[in-house]
Write a new protein. Structure first.
Length: 223
């Protein structure tokens, strides 16, 4: 299978108080089509920084970042934005739902921004939300949803535009253990059904073990 992610010697340093901190010190990583990989490491190990690199969310990185065969480091800002919008979906620890829109609308909006027709976007949103057990909550705004339900909406939003790649940063880290297990199982099932690749950052060994493969980030490199 083809690689959706291929990172070669990716590095990132920050200057703080006159001191240079090497967060990523030459990361090499690949994730194949349809593969779900857990990125395991303690808080502060650089997991979020690595996801920012893969997600093309900021500059300052060196090395090669290839997303679905495209060398991202060779692109200008506009082309990077296009690649990110067309190929990558995001799920964060905190759902970041739009509070003035209901569950359905939160999943419809990113599709409209990407150019989908409204009827198609609504159908897609409802299908994803129903698969996540939210058929009775489509019209509820985030304030009327439980934490687990809000995160399910965030999962549907991340998958709404059929991305080749899902990047998830501690996607159940804000939930209690029982709810986290249920939401993760639904997330993994839906990602597999959609055929996306996924890189999921977590510090939880037990949850990481439910994925196809585990890689460990330690002192800025993949072990």
């Amino acid at each position: 299978m083809n690689d959706v992610i291929r990172l070669t010697d990716v590095r990132r340093s920050f200057s703080q108080g006159g001191v240079t901190i090497d967060v990523l010190r030459g990361v090499n990583l690949h994730v194949a089509e349809g593969e779900i990989v857990a990125l395991l490491g303690p808080s502060g190990s650089g997991k979020s920084t690595l996801l920012q690199a893969v997600g093309l969310l900021e500059g300052g990185f060196s090395g090669s970042i290839r997303i679905d065969g495209v060398e991202a480091s060779a692109l200008d800002s506009n082309d990077r934005t296009t690649l990110r919008r067309e190929k990558i979906g995001f799920v964060y620890q905190f759902h970041h739902l739009l509070p003035d829109f209901d569950a359905r609308e939160n999943v419809v909006l990113p599709q409209l921004i990407a150019g989908s027709q409204k009827a198609e976007a609504v159908e897609r949103a409802e299908r994803l939300l129903v698969k996540l057990g939210l058929e009775k909550r489509l019209d509820h705004r985030p304030s009327k949803l439980s934490g687990g339900e809000q995160q399910r909406v965030a999962v549907a939003r991340g998958l709404a535009n059929r991305p080749k790649l899902i990047l998830a940063d501690e996607p159940t880290g804000n939930l209690d253990e029982k709810t986290a297990d249920v939401v993760l199982a639904e997330f993994l099932s839906l990602v597999r059904e959609e055929g996306s690749a996924a890189l999921v950052a977590t510090h939880n060994e037990r949850l990481a073990g439910k994925m196809d493969r585990v890689v460990r980030l330690h002192e800025g490199v993949i072990e």
